[in-house]
Write a protein that binds this ligand. Structure first.
Ligand SMILES: Cc1cc2nc3c(=O)[nH]c(=O)nc-3n(C[C@H](O)[C@H](O)[C@H](O)COP(=O)(O)OP(=O)(O)OC[C@H]3O[C@@H](n4cnc5c(N)ncnc54)[C@H](O)[C@@H]3O)c2cc1C
Length: 283
């Protein structure tokens, strides 16, 4: 049977889109490969009524809610191809499933491209995060590291002042522009430009940043400013271009130039990267 809609991606954006479609009695299938980037963290913050929830529980609660709506089905699998047809699309998955659908919502999110710092991933989501509004409270007043080398890193340093004034920026071998140097001097923020040799700590909790110039600096956690890039090329393969923020080009309700193809969450707008904003976009 042809589905009314296939939602690809089961983060907050895809989950909320599925819920609203189910309540609208649409025959909807949610396909999710369960590889969300926030899986590495043990608590999500800032979603009113859900502050501190684990990413797994957030998803589980959404799936429980789906059970009230008989037109919703879900599948843990990865969509590997979307083929445009005269009417609607054909969906193909990694596990060999195939079906027709009138509409498609891409809610596939983004993934991080980190600065080239050895073993950073071991600390990501435990003591090193990427969004002060999400995890800054837990890091408040502590000796923090900020890893990054782009203009956005220095903007983050300015924002972070409200959480901790004990901050060292590590650019991992990149020199600062004159403008950023002046800004950091004005705020009295220490910047280390030496390449990083290794991060040390226990069970993901940062203790030291070891530099190639021989210095070892104690820090208990911090932030990194990765580049956020689309997690899936399904949209661009259908001819949708990316906009200047890295999201897929669409109008304000997610309509792309491909008839019947919509984008939502971070597949649509990469920033601001927050659960509640992705969920609202899905709705
Ligand atoms: C370490 C960390 C901590 C964070 N903490 C917070 C926080 O405290 N508060 C907050 O508001 N935000 C937080 N965020 C940000 C938040 O996770 C994102 O803003 C939000 O998850 C984006 O939602 P989304 O639905 O657009 O995408 P995602 O949640 O990334 O979901 C995308 C889904 O699509 C699936 N997918 C991708 N391609 C395919 C495919 N081809 N087929 C099937 N499925 C596919 C993926 O498996 C994934 O499940 C954090 C992020 C990270 C990395």
């Amino acid at each position: 049977m042809m589905k009314d809609c296939t939602v690809i991606g089961g983060g907050p954006a895809g989950l909320n889109a599925t819920l609203v479609l189910g309540r609208a009695r649409r025959n909807v299938i949610l396909v999710d490969s369960n590889e969300a980037r926030n899986k590495v963290t043990s608590a999500s913050h800032g979603f009113v009524t859900r502050d501190g929830i684990t990413p797994a529980e957030f998803r589980q609660l959404a799936h429980q809610e789906f059970s009230s709506y008989p037109s919703i089905s879900t599948l843990e699998d990865k969509v590997i191809e979307i083929i445009k047809k005269a009417e609607g699309f054909t969906i193909k998955t990694q596990m060999g499933k195939e079906w027709s659908t009138r509409k498609v919502i891409l809610a596939t999110g983004v993934k991080e491209k980190f600065p080239n710092i050895p073993n950073l991933r071991n600390f990501y989501g435990k003591s090193i995060f990427n969004c002060p509004y999400c995890d800054g409270w837990e890091l408040r007043d502590k000796p923090l590291a900020l890893f990054g080398e782009v203009d956005y890193t220095f903007h983050t340093a300015e924002i972070l002042q409200n959480w901790s004034r004990n901050l060292v920026i590590f650019t991992n071998g990149k020199e600062l522009t004159k403008n950023n140097e002046k800004k950091m001097e004005k705020l009295n923020i220490r910047v280390e430009t030496s390449k990083i040799r290794l991060l040390t700590g226990k069970e993901g909790m940062l203790q030291q940043v070891e530099l190639e110039n021989g210095l070892s600096i104690e820090r208990v956690g911090g932030l990194v400013t990765p580049e956020l890039v689309q997690a899936s090329d399904l949209g661009t393969l259908l001819g949708v271009q990316l906009n200047e923020t890295g999201g897929h080009h669409s109008d304000e309700v997610g309509n792309t130039k491909v008839t019947g193809l919509f984008v939502t969450g971070e597949a649509s707008n990469v920033y601001p990267a927050q659960l509640i904003i992705a969920a609202a976009s899905g709705a």
